[in-house]
Every structure is written in C-alpha cells, then in structure tokens.
Write a protein that binds this ligand. Structure first.
Ligand SMILES: Cc1ncc(COP(=O)(O)O)c(C=O)c1O
Length: 376
C-alpha cells in the first residue's frame, strides 16, 4: 500500500500553503479537557423547534435531491428576510452548502487566472486559499492596529489588476464591525473602480452596538454570502446562501449543479423554520459575554480593540509572538489560536468567547496569570 502519490497532486493543491501553526494544533491535541477559547461556533445547541422540523422532514421522506439552487420556499423566504431586515430586495438567491459553499462558488465563478482579489488582513482563513485555488492573487489590505477596514486603506492596497473586493463585517477573527458610513465610502470606491464585492455577512445577527448593514443594500455589484451556522447554531447541517445579481448567481448555480449538487434537503426545511424563529436572544447573551471578556482582559492588562460583533477578540500577544504565547497558554491548559493563522503577521492571538460562562471565567483567570509573567 502507499508509495509516492504526491505527483498526483495538482498545482492548485500544492499552491495552498500548509498551515504554519500546525505545531500548535498538535500540542493542543495532547490536552485532555482544556479550557477552550479556540472554537469558532456557538456554544448553544440548535433550537428544539428546528431539530423537530428537520426530523419531521426526514420522516416524511424529504430526503431526495432538491432543485440545485434550493427549495423555492426557502429562497423566497431569504429574500423576504433581507427585504425586512435591510430594506432591499436582491435580484437572485441560491441556497448553498453553508456559507463556505457560497464563498467557494462566488470565488470559482468570478475569479480567474491572474485576477487580483482584495482580502482583509487579518482575514477569515479560507479567503486567501479560495482565491489561490482559483488562480487569483490575494492582495491584502491591512487593517492593523484597530482592525477597521476603510476606503482609504482599501484604495492604498489596490492594484490595477484588482477586480474583486472581499469584505467581512462583523469580522472573524477581530470582531470588528464596519460602520454604515464607512460601508458607503467603500461602496463609492467600488463603484468608481467597477469592482465586484463579495460581502461575507455570516455574523450579521451578532452585532452588539450599532446593528449591521448589508453591503448589498449599498452597491448592486455585490454577492452577499450568509448562512445558518452561527445564528441558528446549525454548523454541522451545512446550509447557507448567496444573493446578488442574477447573472452571477446563475453562474454559481451552474457550478453547484456539478459539484455540491444541493444543500442537504431536510436541513433546508429547518433553515426555512429558522427564518421564522426569533433568534435574537442568543445575540443578547453573546453581548454579555463580550462585555465580560473585555472587562477581564482590561483588568489583566491586555492590549486589544473592543470588538463590536461576532464572538471573537484579537488581543496583542504579550511578548510579541502569537505562536509563542499560544504555546504558553497550552502549557496552562488554555486553547487560543495564534494570530498567524489569520494574518501575514503573528503578533496577536484569537479568543473565541462562544463558550459557557464558567469556561469564560476559567479562561480569564489563566490569561490573567499568563499576563503577569510579562512586563506591563
Ligand atoms: C467569516 C466566516 N465566513 C464563513 C464561515 C463559514 O461558515 P459556514 O459554517 O456557514 O460554512 C465562517 C465560519 O467560521 C466564518 O467565520
């Protein structure tokens, strides 16, 4: 068995850099019951009513292929939901296998060889790899030290070969929310350059201070991607969606037909029920967790930007190296992710506070102890 099979790996696969932080994850695997601040998914479970809907769909035989763009009633409900929450009606909508499926299809459909794609730094991990996979070139716009994306910062990074801009607000890993005024300035810039914008709004339900505007309301050449993983805790059920110009969504549907085929049928029924359910209680609970984690980090003397959304904080690593600090934390039974997993720099670390309150308290106590080992 085995032998040298590496020759079968295509350039597209080889172009993707293996994660530089694998060492940390190997170390983390040695812990038995760590205090876990590394998980990027809600700590609450799927609401019972949605579980019942999925089970009823399975039992009633709703287990076959669906139309590739998704069941019509869900697509209609997504458009109605956007119209109600954001005051605009996207031209077209398709249901995908998670937000990840929507992101992949958007990039594959619209990014070709040599196409420059503006990507925020820090970024959600898959952006740069999806672009590279498609033969495009990620061109990073730096948002350090306050993590606010702005038209000036994007313009400063833009090259003539840029055709696509990726936005993510609220952001993973920084929790930063782009205010509507800034989004309007970015829309003006995108319009003047005739860019396509891919706006990842998967955390839009988790914006704690000022709501979260949809970029699709401000600029028509936008593909908005979103999903049910965070708002309804359906991470394992793989339902997301993309909305935007009909021509582009049709292009993405063509690719979905020959790849993912369709999002899981019974889970599309559950997603429809999720749109009819008030899920805002979770956001209120996460706002309290955000407040508590910020209070604890301040008391301990960490340097960080107060996040306005999602469920992450991205503090500076005491000592200057995210990887070295994460290794120290693992030595104290605490899992955090080095900033280098999300950035070209490794100066910070990511905390996910999507955790039970007692885990947050235990994690804060460990972080306070770790911080004392470094000069203020
Ligand atoms: C910014 C961002 N976009 C997309 C995704 C993917 O979400 P999904 O589970 O819906 O594929 C995540 C998941 O962590 C994320 O943080």
């Amino acid at each position: 068995m085995g032998g040298d099979c590496s020759k079968f790996l295509a350039d597209r696969t080889l172009r993707i850099e293996a994660s530089g932080i694998r060492k940390i994850f190997d170390l983390a695997a040695t812990l038995k019951s760590p205090v876990d601040f590394s998980i990027g998914q809600p700590d609450f479970d799927v609401p019972d009513m949605l579980k019942d809907t999925a089970v009823a769909a399975i039992r009633s035989g709703f287990n076959r292929y669906t139309p590739s763009p998704g069941i019509p009633e869900l697509r209609r409900a997504i458009i109605e939901n956007i119209a109600r929450r954001h005051g605009y009606r996207p031209e077209a909508c398709m249901v995908t296998c998670g937000t990840s499926g929507a992101l992949a299809l958007a990039v594959w459909a619209c990014v070709g060889e040599g196409c420059g794609v503006l990507v925020p730094d820090p970024y959600f991990v898959s952006y740069r790899h999806l672009v590279t996979m498609a033969g495009g070139e990620p061109i990073f716009y730096d948002t350090y030290p306050d993590f606010s994306a702005s038209a000036e910062r994007i313009e400063a990074a833009a090259a003539p070969r840029c055709r696509v801009l990726i936005l993510n607000s609220p952001s993973n890993p920084t929790g930063a929310v782009i205010p509507e005024r800034t989004l309007r300035e970015i829309a003006d810039l995108a319009r003047s350059r005739d860019w396509l914008v891919i706006s990842d709004e998967v955390y839009d339900m988790f914006s704690y201070d000022c709501g979260s505007a949809s970029f699709g309301a401000l600029y028509d050449k936008t593909i908005v991607v979103n999903g049910f993983s965070k708002a309804a805790a359906m991470t394992g059920w793989r339902v997301g969606y993309a909305t935007g110009p009909a021509e582009l969504i049709e292009g993405m549907c063509k690719l979905q037909q020959f790849t993912f085929v369709n999002a899981p049928a019974p889970m599309q029924k559950a997603a429809l029920a999720a749109l009819e359910t008030d899920l805002s209680g979770h956001a209120a609970a996460y706002r309290r967790k955000r407040d508590r984690i910020c209070e604890g980090l301040s008391e301990a003397g960490y340097s960080f930007r107060r996040p306005g959304g999602a469920f992450y904080v991205f503090p500076e690593a005491p000592g200057g190296s995210g990887e070295a600090f994460a290794a120290k934390a693992i030595g104290e039974n605490l899992l955090i992710v080095p900033g280098g997993a999300f950035s070209r720099r490794d100066t910070h670390f990511r905390i996910s506070y999507a955790a039970p309150d007692d885990t947050i308290e235990k994690g804060l106590a460990i972080l306070a102890r770790l911080r004392r080992a470094f000069p203020k």
